[in-house]
Design a protein around this ligand. Structure first.
Ligand code: GLU
Length: 379
């Protein structure tokens, strides 16, 4: 469903009332076309951040730009290979850290750097560890500056874009709003190159219309594009976090949003009861295995039941107890995600069976469910 309320008032309200805001800055804003940092613009952003802090909001920055800065310093094409982009990131990140330290220093704010890989947020213990570190930094009034650890992340363990990283960090630090600042001022209803294209101001649900229009715009310097932004919105909305896509092309980009500059607002879903482990499960990008279930089980899950062996028709991959599994219904529909109570090899023996039969097969009293409802999120 797409509606256009033109609700400037609502936006003003969001930024003024948000207790914790994650702001993601794309490479194309931080780094100018000649490869040098856009310090002048950053000073205006630092000023906006200081204002938000003064109003009582916590600010967490997700900063791209390492690869782009390093590309210039090394005179190396980062697109040449993964190792080339890792080398660029290694050189660029150290400069990026200094840049942020200097910029925030002008407002007497302290920058704190955290570099993350995908696994840091996919693994539950590491996720909790990062949540506590973020909380501590925020309490001490420092501004966390987060980027993907590009110089060590390989293809398999990297986000590759900071949009989804921003959504995941927002979950980990219980933010109530994410602002993705990029070189485009919102999600357009058709290709932004089309003269009739209009920004979709309010998005309440990510449906096929939204996914289709997201295929359009790309950015020259960053890696994000609109698809990863919409994916980030999906994670944010379903975790009760509002997300804004706005242009950072202007000076004072955050104040500009407050003053009603055009942008897209993805509204959080209301009544999100999920907390802690369930929230973490909701944002995970990777699962170790799959469980295929029948329609009856889909219905049972949608009414709040746990997943029983009797409703499972198949499984995939060699996962073990405690691993995250995707629960897939008829027609390959992703229904839920949860923690498996059994190893895959046990599931091979007990799927489709009732409790008593399972007890005989396993020769021990079976656990109540294959995936308990307390360890499951519906998607
Ligand atoms: N992490 C990358 C960098 O710092 C940017 C990824 C992105 O553009 O989203 O260069």
């Amino acid at each position: 469903m797409v509606t256009d309320l033109g609700a400037t008032e609502l936006r003003t309200n969001i930024l003024e009332t948000a207790k914790r805001i994650v702001v993601k800055i794309g490479s194309s804003l931080l780094v100018q076309s000649d490869g040098s940092p856009n310090s002048r613009w950053l000073l205006t952003l630092a000023d906006d951040i200081a204002k938000l802090r003064a109003q009582g909001s916590d600010v967490i920055i997700i900063s791209s730009g390492a690869v782009a800065l390093g590309t210039k310093k090394l005179d190396l094409d980062s697109r040449e290979s993964l190792t080339a982009s890792q080398a660029c990131a290694a050189v660029g990140q150290i400069n990026l850290a200094r840049l942020w330290t200097d910029m925030l220093q002008t407002k007497e704010l302290i920058a704190a750097q955290i570099l993350l890989t995908l696994d840091d947020l996919e693994d539950r213990r590491r996720y909790l560890n990062i949540s506590s570190t973020l909380e501590k930094l925020i309490q001490t009034d420092a501004i966390p500056i987060i980027n993907e650890n590009d110089s060590v992340a390989t293809e398999e363990i990297r986000y590759g874009d900071n949009d989804r990283l921003a959504a995941r960090v927002a979950q980990a630090c219980n933010a109530d709003c994410i602002i993705l600042l990029s070189d485009i001022d919102g999600l357009y209803d058709r290709s932004p190159n089309d003269n009739d294209a209009k920004i979709i101001s309010d998005i309440y649900k990510i449906d096929h219309t939204i996914l289709d229009v997201a295929q359009g715009a790309t950015s020259d310097v960053g890696t994000g594009g609109m698809v990863s932004k919409v994916e980030a919105a999906q994670t944010a909305m379903s975790s009760g976090i509002d997300m804004i896509i706005a242009s950072g092309k202007k000076e004072h980009p955050l104040s500009a949003i407050q003053k009603g500059e055009a942008h897209s607002l993805f509204h959080k879903q209301e009544n999100i009861a999920e907390k802690g482990q369930k929230k973490w499960l909701n944002g995970r990008l990777h699962a170790q295995g799959m469980l295929y279930i029948d329609e009856g089980a889909v219905q049972a899950l949608s009414h709040g039941a746990s997943l029983l062996a009797v409703g499972v028709k198949g499984y995939d991959r060699e996962f073990v107890r405690g691993d995250v599994v995707e629960i897939i219904g008829p027609n390959d529909r992703l229904v839920a995600r949860g923690l498996s109570e059994y190893d895959a090899h046990e599931i091979a023996l007990i799927m489709g069976k009732g409790k008593e039969e399972i007890a005989q097969i396993l020769s021990y009293t079976p656990r109540g469910a294959l995936v308990h409802r307390n360890h499951m999120v519906m998607l």
